[in-house]
Write a protein that binds this ligand. Structure first.
Ligand code: SF4
Length: 263
């Protein structure tokens, strides 16, 4: 190993390029200024060529703790002179970096839509199927478009309906959410929604598991609730003696007889 140079990976970098520390430093200082450049941290060969070598220098720029300047140099075959390819600033393992970018469509969460916002559903969204081909997934894009047109022209209701996958996903989401049996409200409830007079029954395949709460005093009024959910506003809840209103003590001053009680 050459003096003053730390090899960061096992593949051996080209000797001439690895020794070109000052060439790399000069190019870096020209680019960013001497006050931004710290000590030489190491050198490594790029995977596809041993003559393509990157030198790393500490970054002294305020706010960039753990970042490293990377200066990539190379030389032509049988040449002893290296040239600088690029200078970039790279994060190290302790650097503060932005979180991975997530496409806008995947970042949307319930409650994000504002009045006037549009959120189109993709043609191949697995949660929906054409109404007249429920469960039929062999249609190509043209056939799906034809079905939409026919359904619209005939005015026979919705063009698409929930697929089995979409329905199951909704049921699981509701069951696991705040209106399911695992929520703190349900855990502390004296009775479940199944026996509550405020629960509206729904139709369809989810009718054996879910209903809609119609108690205006309950937290879940207007929401789909699992039968095994529940809350303290259950229709059959009654207060025990100790939970009822406590009797008030006698008046200290009787305003009718205008006499003071002795207390
Ligand atoms: S009032 Fe409570 S127990 Fe009754 S349906 Fe609504 S959430 Fe369920």
């Amino acid at each position: 190993m050459m003096p003053g140079v730390t090899t960061l990976q096992r593949s051996q970098p080209d000797t001439v390029s690895a020794r070109a520390v000052e060439v790399a430093r000069t190019a870096l200082v020209d680019e960013v200024g001497a006050d931004q450049v710290g000590e030489h941290l190491g050198v490594e060969a790029e995977a596809d060529s041993e003559r393509l070598v990157t030198h790393y220098f500490a970054c002294r720029q305020a706010g960039y703790v753990g970042w490293r300047w990377a200066v990539t140099v190379t030389r032509a075959y049988r040449q002893q002179v290296v040239t600088v390819d690029e200078v970039v600033l790279l994060p190290g393992s302790e650097s503060i970096v932005a979180p991975d970018w997530v496409p806008y469509r995947e970042r949307i969460r319930p409650g994000d839509l504002s009045p006037g916002d549009l959120l189109p559903v993709a043609d191949d969204d697995p949660r929906l199927v054409p109404t007249y081909s429920f469960g039929d997934d062999v249609l190509d894009a043209d056939e799906k478009a034809q079905i939409r047109t026919v359904a619209k022209d005939l005015g026979l209701g919705r063009v698409r309906t929930l697929s089995i996958e979409g329905r199951d996903a909704a049921a699981q989401r509701w069951f696991d959410g705040d209106q399911g049996p695992g929520s703190p409200l349900a855990q502390a409830a004296p009775e479940s929604c199944h026996s509550c007079g405020f629960m509206l029954r729904i139709a369809g395949s989810l009718s054996e598991t879910f209903g809609v709460c119609a108690n205006g005093d309950a937290n879940d009024d207007g929401r789909v609730v699992a039968f095994s959910h529940g809350c303290g506003a259950h229709s059959e809840v009654r207060l025990g003696k100790r939970q009822g209103p406590q009797p008030l003590p006698d008046h200290v001053f009787d305003s009718l007889s205008e006499t003071y009680d002795t207390v």
